[in-house]
Design a protein around this ligand. Sequence first.
Ligand SMILES: [Zn+2]
Length: 475
Amino acid sequence: MGRNFRGFCAHDSVLRFDENSLMTRIFLQILTGGFCLVAPLAVSAMEPIRGDGMAIPKPKPDIALAYPAATVSMTTPEPRPDLQLILPHSTRTVAEMIRNQTGLETRNETEFKLKSGEGLATLLHRAGLSKTDAAAAISAVMGRASLRALPIGLSVRVADHGFAFTTRNGRDIYAIRDPEQGWIAFTAIRPIERYVAFAQGVIEDSIYRAANQSDIPDDALAEFVRVMGFSVDFQREIRRGDAFALLYEQQIDQISGKRVATRLHYAGMMLSGKQLGFYRFDHDKSRVGWYDREGNSAARTLIRTPISGGRLSSSFGVRRHPISGYNSMHRGVDFAAPKGTPIIAAGSGVIEQAGWLGSYGRYIRIRHNSTYSTAYAHMSRIASSVRPGNRVEQGQVIGYVGSTGRSTGPHLHYEILVNNRKVNPMTVRLPTGERIPPEFLGEFQQQVEMVEAEVQATGSVRFAAMELLPSEQGR
Ligand SMILES: [Zn+2]
């Protein structure tokens, strides 16, 4: 696909930490401390790290604990009660849970899939439960899970005295016919274990290829590219010999063996001797920030390349105009890309213009703040929510590549305006996002030190040695 699509490749591989190492334990404790606890996934991440992947036998939980604790109002800095201690853990089979909870031995465990148009009652009936039993079981389950929105294909494991299914948030709902209490239902936590991995490599042509060879999960890489994308243009700025490093965590469901979540904690790059490193910081359950060591945000107010996979086909400056044939000033950059390629908002802001604008064809202009605006031209289509006065978020798809207006082929014409003056998007100095709030700085720096210690322990030697690579000459 041309030289702008150079891949890279890693010389290196994922190094799996010794999960029992003191460092790893401390690191994970820090990561799960306080702020992390509010995220639902991080709650299950309280599972201690064990090396052999075997589930440690759990004492039989008191069934009373399966009932929800009274709601208490809490503010963020206080840790929430540890659900790991309150809720029972899921078991491999429903029979195992029934045995744990009631002492009864159960047989005939079968998996049923929820069919289209079917409710849980119908499925249970199909599985052999009497109407009365199914109704009683469902009224027990009702307070635990929304039964209206169960997905088609949902797997329900039904045994003689109970059944179980997994909800969308990754919890298991068990319903058991207790000999004394009748049908009871409760939530159980699936056993999740966390594995921290550090990966680094030297790029030969594409970071995607390098990451592939290093076995880096797709979502960790996507997050890496998103975080680095503010500072690095992956299509044009990467040279052979540049290096990358990631520290990420994977959460593995110990029953299904599936990866349920990936979380990137550190993203680092070495570009011709220039070193970049960003650290994740969870402000609360909804907001994740990325900052350098000093706490400056990785995010730039604007993205230089608001399109993925586009090839820079015409840069900013004087050129011979492809249609008029005259020399003229090109006050934007062009990215050639197939018709229909999504175009994203380079930054958050308010739509100033969205519609046809003469030779620009279908055109969008976004005002980001009192200083910066961006404009996008020749689109084949404008996203339906994009109307003047509407707000857009950075990264939101606003339209699609086309060749409308005065254009010779499908491409995005992109402009950055500083105080209404068009500047070169590839070279203009873009301000960073805000700094980390001062009240979080201590906590953040503690986390940086832990990540650094992990990186030092595994990869620093090679990363440092890259400064000596001959490929950095003549750039
Ligand atoms: Zn142009």
